[in-house]
Structure formats: C-alpha cells, structure tokens
Design a protein around this ligand. Structure first.
Ligand code: NAP
Length: 485
C-alpha cells in the first residue's frame, strides 16, 4: 500500500481468493459487496468463494503441510517477525482500511493493528521454544520421550469485530507450530484479512501455508471442509450459537477445536471503589468498538450505596462523547456494524425501560445516515431485563444495584457465559476473593482492559473452549506424542 487515502487503501487490496500462494477469482466469477457501516456506501466487491473454491484451499493447505511441519522453527519465527515489522510500518494504511470496513474510530483501529502485530511478535519468539520432555518410568523399566508436533491443516474462522487481531491471534500460533491453514474472515470485513495475507506472503510465508477464502456462504463453504477429515483442527471466534453448530460438525471427524465465543461480562463496582477510576474503566470496557466486543462490560453491578452516583458520573462521561464516522478527528464512538445490530440494541433498551429503567443519557439513534446508536446509560435496571441477560453488543450500559459481596458474586455468575469480568475495589482481600469467586476466564481488577498477546485469552462455560495468546495459544496447535523407550 502507498497512499493513505480512502480509495488508495481500498484499491491496494487484492480482492481475490488466496489459494496455494496465488490470487484467484472465485471459479464462478461471483463477488459480494463490502460496505462502509458509517455511510452504507459500497466500498468494493470481493471474490465470493463457493464450496469447490474452499476445497481447493484445503487441498493447497494439505499439500503444503508436510514440508511446512519440517520447516526450521527459527525461519517460521522470522517470517512472523518480518510480518510484525510490516504491520507496524503500515499501521496507518491498515488502520484506515479497518475503519472503512468495520467503522471503529481510527485511534482504535491503530490500536488494533498494534495489538494484532503483537501476536506475531509473541509467537515469533515462541516458535523456537517448542520443547518436550524426558523422564525415567517410575518403575525404572524404561524411558519416556515426549515431543510436540503440529496438529496439521487447520481451519480458522474469524468475526468482523476485530478483523485483524482475531486473525493474527490464530495465524501466529499456527505458523509458529508448523500448521498450514484455510482462513475464512467474516463477510462484512474481508479486506483486513486480505491485506494481512499479502503481508505474510511478502514476509516469506511459503505458498499454501496460508489460504484465504472470502465468501457470502460461510456454512456452505466451511461445512464440507470440516467434514472432509483432512483438516485436523478448527479454531473459531464468533457467537456461541454458531460455535455450538460448528462443534457438532467437528464431532463427525473429531477435530481439535478452539472456541472463542460470546460473553456477558459483569463490571462490579464495590462500595470502596475509586469511583472516578471506575468510570474511566467502565467507559473503556463498555465503549471500545462501540460495545461490539466479546469482552465488553455488559452489566454494571454497583453497590447500592454508590449506584446512583456511579450511574450519574458514567452518564455525564457518555454524554460528552462524540459519535460519528471513525475517520473524523475527535470521534470517540463509531457506528454499529449494520442495521440489524442497531435494531437489536434498540429492542434491548425498550425492554429495559418497559421494565422500569430510566435512561440517563442516550437511548436512541442519532439523526442521519449510517448505523449509529448513542452511548446510553440505563439506571435502576431490572435483573431480568434482556440487556442484563443477553450480550448487548452495543454502547448501552445497564446499571443494577446489589446489597453485599455475596449478592454481587451470585449476580455476576448468573449467566451461561464466562468470558471476562471486571471489578473495582480498593481492598486487596476483596480483589483476591473476586479472582476466586467469579466464573470467568479473564478478570480485570481496577482496569477496563484485559487483552494482551502474551496472556491466555478465553472463557469458561458457554464462552468457549481453549485459550488464545500466551503459551497456551501455541499448545492449541500442537499434538503431544509420547515415545516409550
Ligand atoms: P458469528 O455470526 O458467529 O460469525 C463469526 C464467523 O463465523 C464469521 O466469519 C461468520 O461468517 C462465520 N459463520 C457464521 N455462520 C457460520 C456457519 N454456519 N459455518 C461456518 N462459519 C460461520 O459472530 P459475529 O457476529 O461475526 O461476531 C460476534 C460474536 O463473536 C459475539 O458473540 C462475540 O462475543 C464473539 N466474539 C468472541 C470473541 C472471543 O475471543 N471469545 C472475540 C470476538 C468476538 P459470515 O460473517 O460470513 O457470516
């Protein structure tokens, strides 16, 4: 990419399938449109793969697997390291591309490119640390040699909300482990992944290791690949509903699975919390990506003695934020991904107010084009309101009171999800108890963000299986082999 202009960054992306190291149109010649959610305008058309294109991508991944598994780990790491450098060198262009197809403000897109790159840096370093073990059998009768080998060709499916980081979080460990892959990005945000494929190819990734299929028929293209039997792993990030369906499909050939699914994160504010810090953390945890994040604070559980004051301060903060197209200077909150998302968020607000909640700020759509929703704070929300029970995926903060710690923990855990949780307290004892009591894979204490490429990211209960990032993220792409001597 060269010019950092809207048309320049879109034009620079090759909008074809990437199979066996070659860019190719869909065999049918079909394409589908990519929209700018801030205006509804069509940005470009992208190749629309069919099931046979998907199968060609799997063929390429299978053909490249043996050679790639034998590729020196140092070289695998160096490819990732070069891609890391390239991502940062092109941060500005990639950020604009992401903002155009997804909507998030440019500052957040820059942050995502840096976060995405970190996965490549981390796994570049991990590639040369894949080790095993050696032991004497307890009864002295023999020796055990334990080795690690790549799982094999992997299928990677990513969502639209973090179109680059959800890719690098899977591609990084797959490359480090020596797995080849077929990647299917979300229909709404294929451009970031196509740009990433180009960067990896330029960084020296051999042909066939990474194959990208863009399609408007996710199920029709991916199900045959899952059921084929040659792919040995599925790594999926998306909704719990689709994750459940894919787990059923994977059962057929017993694929290894990593499932990063939905969340309903509680944000607990205890009576002893620093309220200003809690409002800062709540704003980040709620409004990053306009609330469209699996780790977004979904429910604000606040001690009765400070609930009114917290809600008031949060509403003041939200009311001062600027909503608009992500590339406009000074914009804090971008659009939601589409009209369906706006309708769902509006429904949840209506449901809460029907049950007696008060709207302290926001509550509706601003005038004008695009799929925007105002940052909204709801006070006095019923515990059974849909905004409390369901993943909102929008800029709406429902505040619910609680009387004591036990009630806070019970409310926080009263969900089928278990991805992230946040708590604000100045008591170390209470912070440690939060860590022990909450059923969540990731817990932020006095901070509104938990993601880090070097930490294990993932959830319990219906938020998923397995972890991404950190050492655990690499294990997901490795098989353990034990040789008895
Ligand atoms: P989604 O509808 O489940 O889609 C995710 C991906 O799955 C997309 O690429 C989608 O393709 C694909 N897909 C949909 N149906 C499929 C099928 N039958 N077979 C194969 N692939 C299929 O989720 P989303 O709306 O994009 O993302 C939002 C959800 O992701 C939220 O629930 C959020 O919490 C979750 N999420 C979780 C994490 C995490 O790390 N735990 C991170 C980010 C997001 P199309 O786009 O082409 O339909």
């Amino acid at each position: 990419m060269s010019a950092v202009t809207e048309s320049g960054v879109v034009d620079a992306v090759t909008k074809e399938l990437f199979i066996g190291g070659k860019w190719t149109p869909a065999t049918s010649g079909a394409t589908f449109p990519v929209h700018d959610p801030a205006t509804g305008a069509v940005l470009c058309e992208v190749a629309d793969a069919s099931a046979s294109d998907g199968m060609a991508a799997l063929d390429a991944a299978v053909s490249a697997q043996a050679e790639w598994a034998a590729h020196p780990p140092r070289e695998r790491g160096e490819i990732l390291r070069r891609a890391y450098d390239a991502l940062l060198a092109r941060q500005e262009e990639l950020a604009l591309l992401m903002t155009l197809e997804m909507g998030k403000p440019l500052a957040e897109s820059r942050g995502e490119v840096a976060y995405a790159a970190e996965f490549f840096r981390w796994f570049a370093e991990e590639a040369v640390r894949i080790d095993g073990g050696y032991a004497v059998a307890p009864n002295g009768s023999g020796r055990f040699l334990v080795t690690k080998q790549p799982v094999g060709p992997s299928l990677l499916i990513t969502p639209w909300n973090f179109p680059m980081a959800m890719g690098t979080r899977k591609i990084g460990p797959a490359v480090a482990a020596g797995c080849t892959m077929v990647v299917k990005p979300a229909e709404q945000t294929p451009l970031s992944m196509l740009a990433l494929a180009r960067i990896l190819a330029d960084a020296g990734l051999p042909d066939g290791v990474l194959n990208v299929v863009t399609t408007s028929d996710a199920g029709g293209v991916m199900e045959p690949l899952i059921r084929d039997g040659r792919a040995r792993k599925l790594s999926f990030t998306g909704s719990t509903a689709v994750g459940r369906l894919l787990l059923e499909q994977c059962a057929d050939k017993v694929l290894r699975t990593s499932m990063e699914l939905g969340g309903n994160a509680p944000f607990v504010v205890f009576a002893d919390a620093d309220l200003d810090a809690a409002v800062d953390g709540a704003t980040v945890a709620k409004l990053r990506n306009a609330g469209q994040s699996c780790v977004a604070a979904n429910r604000f559980l606040v001690h009765d003695s400070v609930a009114r004051e917290f809600a008031r301060r949060l509403a003041d903060r939200f009311a001062g934020l600027r909503v608009g197209r992500g590339d406009v200077a000074g914009v804090d909150v971008g659009p939601l991904i589409d009209a369906k998302a706006v309708a769902k968020v509006a429904e949840l607000v209506d449901d809460a107010t029907d049950r007696g909640a008060q709207v302290l700020t926001g509550g509706g759509r601003p005038d004008g084009p695009g799929t925007f929703f105002e940052p909204t704070v709801l006070a006095g929300v019923d515990r059974d309101a849909r905004a409390v029970r369901e993943e909102i995926f929008g800029p709406v903060a429902p505040v619910v009171g609680f009387a004591d710690d036990d009630e806070a923990f019970a409310l926080a855990n009263d969900t089928e999800y278990g991805l992230a949780a946040y708590a604000y307290t100045t008591s170390l004892d209470r912070a440690l108890r939060v860590g022990a009591e909450l059923d969540a894979g990731m817990i932020g204490i006095n901070r509104g963000m938990v993601s880090d490429a070097s930490a294990p990211f993932g959830g319990m209960k219906q938020s998923g299986l397995g972890r991404e990032g950190g050492e655990a993220g690499l294990e997901e792409f490795l098989e353990t082999v034990y040789v008895a001597l």
